[in-house]
Write a protein that binds this ligand. Structure first.
Ligand SMILES: C[S@@+](CC[C@H](N)C(=O)[O-])C[C@H]1O[C@@H](n2cnc3c(N)ncnc32)[C@H](O)[C@@H]1O
Length: 243
């Protein structure tokens, strides 16, 4: 029987066990006692570093080990492809994001560690046809491509500004030859079933969410009011996208 590692909840709890004894200063120590502490303390957010296998850097991986990063969830899930390399820091630490440079592939993508869970749940295999229905800014599309080589990946995004962001993400992480198996569209996900009668082996629906956690830190009350009114309509949109 495969040995099971700690659960994600266990790893999240793990962040509050850090203490000065492990090389942290008192200021750095994470003081999350309850789940809501994790939501309200950005230092507890699980910033993960997803390595880009299309521009793998041994030096970067070595450096992450040196900085105390550890691999995420490896050995604790039935599906965890070897090609997926994701690292997490045990203490509050964030490495800077890389600048977009035309013609240069990025070495890593920063994401919330929990974002990988739906990607892993999809259990993507080589050659499968997959649809990422709400794809911008593209984190999960990138993560999918670290797991396997799909025969076809369709990335859709309804918001035109965010679509540009999605295109830029794909350009930054995916080598040109792979672009042939990727299609990007700007459709309303609710109408995709009729507009794109192709068949997919798997569909990822990362429906728009309230993003309440980030709004806890916003000081823009006007935007927040607008957000609250949009938030009321969210459940309906989410259900329509899932249908
Ligand atoms: C949670 S975000 C997706 C994050 C993305 N999967 C990632 O990992 O980077 C939800 C996305 O759904 C898009 N969206 C909202 N309404 C949509 C619709 N009707 N059809 C398709 N996408 C929609 C939003 O613009 C937003 O970019």
């Amino acid at each position: 029987m495969a040995e099971r590692g700690p659960t994600l909840a266990g790893r999240l709890r793990g962040c509050r066990r850090e203490g000065p004894g492990e090389g942290l200063s008192r200021r750095d120590t994470v003081r999350a006692e309850k789940p809501q502490d994790i939501l309200t303390s950005p230092s507890c957010w699980q910033h993960a570093v997803l390595l880009n296998r299309f521009n793998y850097s041994f030096e970067l991986e070595k450096d992450l080990h040196f900085k105390g990063y550890h691999t995420l969830l490896q050995g604790s899930l039935p599906y965890y492809p070897k090609s997926l390399k994701c690292y997490l820091s045990r203490r509050p630490h964030r490495i800077p994001s890389e600048r977009h440079q035309i013609g240069n592939l990025k070495k890593y993508y920063l994401l919330n560690a929990a974002s990988l869970l739906p990607v892993l749940a999809l259990e993507l295999r080589d050659g499968e046809k997959v649809l990422d229905l709400c794809a911008a800014p593209g984190g999960k599309s990138i993560a999918l491509l670290q797991c396997a080589c799909p025969g076809y990946l369709h990335c859709n995004e309804y918001d035109s500004l965010r679509l540009r962001w999605l295109r830029q993400t794909l350009e930054s992480f995916i080598p040109e030859p792979l672009e042939n198996v990727i299609k990007v569209s700007e459709l309303d996900g609710r109408e995709m079933g009729d507009a794109q009668p192709e068949k997919f082996d798997k569909v990822l629906v990362d429906a728009p969410c309230s993003n309440d956690r980030s709004w806890l830190f916003s000081s823009d009350s006007q935007k927040a009011a607008c957000r609250i009114s949009q938030r009321r309509k969210l459940p309906v949109l989410q259900i329509e996208l899932l249908r």
